[in-house]
Design a protein around this ligand. Sequence first.
Ligand code: NI
Length: 209
Amino acid sequence: MRLTRRRMLVPMLLGLGSLGLPARAQSPPERSAAELMDAVMWNREPIGGPFVLVDHTGRPRSEADFRGKLLLVYFGFTSCPDACPTDLQAIGLALDQLGAAGDAVQPLFITLDPERDTPQLLADYVPLFHPRLIGLSGDASSIRQAARAYKVYYAKVATADRSDYTVDHSGFIYLMDRAGHYLGFFPPGTSPDRMADVIRPLIDGAHGP
Ligand code: NI
């Protein structure tokens, strides 16, 4: 971990998380968006790792449950107005294009807004995109751990009138191999065709990744 002790201590000393603070102050980003984007884009740091979350049926799930499948891992939140729905739809359409072979791929949607995105809410949301899309939620620290593993930037941001919040987040779509190792990412806005074209040879290569 590159987090310094000081960085960990400051939020504790300030007692953040208590009520009454503006939304942004409740969840200060640990690392900047640019730093995390740099880590992902130039492959500077390992991507992926253990997580324990709860799926949209209420069942506990860890990353080890998905060994043997190629994974498409996407982080977002259900009230995201455009980026999340667009990319989740692309994932769903790419899987449709792959047909039966697409069963080798497990798509995962991990919420960055666990306060609002309960498993029940995810159960209504994920089938809009693909029948096999699994929604994952959990407590704030479990979500934080998963986001850290994938070098995901996210931060709560208060809306202009401060009555509500939204979540700023990075939007890479991560592709993991059957052993849970990171293969690469699709940038936000990747078309379903492109995604299917990249994934297809990975499915066909029985001994490949
Ligand atoms: Ni989003």
